[in-house]
Design a protein around this ligand. Structure first.
Ligand SMILES: *Cc1c(COP(=O)(O)O)cnc(C)c1O
Length: 385
């Protein structure tokens, strides 16, 4: 690959590095569980590697600005791979608004093996000192966070983490590699659920861990095969296809989400609207510094309605099916209090701002006029009732 190639060029060409005797422009799906001994690609068994994984890994490493990437069956598999490197007695310091399944995995699984987690509000720089004081094995953050879209200063947290002799893991799912590259900001590991923006078509699950550290890469390759966390070749193929249009999709996600967020702020009567590119966002300056070309596609709003009214509103939209997940070409709508965060006790949930009237939109790449008209009509209907 030529140094200095643009993001879009790498997204399309990095995965073309395969040998074909037919001239096929796109790679086949290597649906094989095993490989004949002594093959030039060095493959042996699909649990520990497959040509579809390799093409996707090369592409994702390149897009994240890293040297190495390992792909997994899902974002949760990628999180499991990193957490499996911990030992009994280890401490993790994590952002308090971390993804629900990350919280559950530490709380219900790794706690049994003696791994503990301390949660902090890492949007507040006063809490960085606690990282240095506690010297955890890992510091685990996300930016923007789900569903409140808090933006954390990745390079400042990387500095505090390295001062503590620790390792910084950034879950980059909500931003995507086009918008934000944690390794370039000082993170040691950048982890993504490729199920979301990277694949972008809501038709495959996947995860990836990217790094510049060969010893971490070795541990991720080991976790892929030793824990059986590998994806299917078909899902790796679909994700590589999706990634080719990542830049185009993210540009439209951003343009639509910004227009949508402005509409909500100006016209909806919402108590607050969160989108990193709105000047009213509490960490707008940090967002502009560490995100490229936009604030990604999620918008969260506090409508100030009752639970019944909020659910009525969410259930009546035409272009926003009520569903978990995000980052696909189609818009989706999520009511965190009853869906993604239903297992979090009410007081804990409300203490961080996830009340019954909070709604998260994954703004897709449809015509934004239709999305706005749908929500305008939905609000009018509920407020009239
Ligand atoms: C969805 C998601 C995950 C988990 O990914 P899966 O592919 O669903 O396993 C992890 N982190 C974040 C921030 C996510 O949104």
């Amino acid at each position: 690959m030529i140094n200095g190639e643009g993001f879009e060029t790498r997204a399309i060409h990095a995965g073309r590095d395969f040998v074909s005797d037919t001239g096929a422009v796109t790679p086949p799906v290597w649906l094989t569980s095993t490989f004949e001994y002594g093959n030039p690609g060095g493959f042996d068994y699909t649990r520990s590697g497959n040509p579809n994984f390799r093409l996707l890994e090369r592409t994702l490493a390149s897009l994240e600005g890293g040297q190495h990437a390992t792909v997994f069956a899902s974002g949760v598999s990628a999180i499991t791979a990193v957490a499996s490197t911990l030992r009994s007695g280890d401490l993790v310091v994590a952002e308090e608004n971390v993804y629900g399944c990350t919280y559950r995995l530490f709380d219900k699984v790794f706690a049994k093996f003696g791994v503990s987690v301390e949660y902090l509000d890492l949007a507040n720089p006063e809490h960085y000192a606690r990282i240095v004081e506690r010297r955890p094995a890992l510091v685990w953050i996300e930016s923007p966070t789900n569903p409140l879209l808090k933006v954390l200063d990745i390079s400042a947290i990387a500095t505090a983490t390295h001062q503590a002799g620790s390792v910084l893991v950034v879950d980059n799912t909500f931003a995507s590699s086009h918008v934000q590259r944690p390794l370039e900001l000082g993170a040691d590991l950048s982890l993504l659920s490729t199920t979301k923006y990277l694949n972008g078509h809501s038709d495959a699950l996947g995860g990836v861990v990217c790094t510049n550290d060969p010893s971490w890469q070795e541990r991720m390759v080991f976790a892929q095969k030793a824990l059986g966390l590998q994806p299917s070749p078909m899902d790796a193929w679909l994700t590589l296809r999706g990634v080719k249009t990542l830049a185009l999709r993210m540009e439209r996600h951003h343009a639509n989400a910004l227009a949508f967020a402005r509409f909500l702020e100006d016209e909806s009567g919402a108590r607050w609207v969160r989108y990193p590119w709105l000047p009213s966002h509490p960490q707008h300056e940090v967002a502009k510094r560490q995100m490229h070309g936009g604030g990604s596609g999620s918008v969260t709003v506090y409508l100030g309605m009752s639970l019944e009214e909020t659910l009525d509103f969410v259930g009546g939209l035409r272009y926003f099916p009520k569903a978990e997940s995000l980052g696909g070409v189609e818009s989706l709508c999520c009511h965190p209090a009853s869906m993604t965060h239903a297992s979090v006790p009410r007081e804990t949930r409300e203490a961080v701002g996830i009340t019954d009237a909070v709604v998260r939109f994954s703004v897709g790449i449809e015509s934004v006029e239709d999305l706005i008209a749908d929500v305008r009509e939905g609000l009018r209907r509920v407020r009239k009732a």
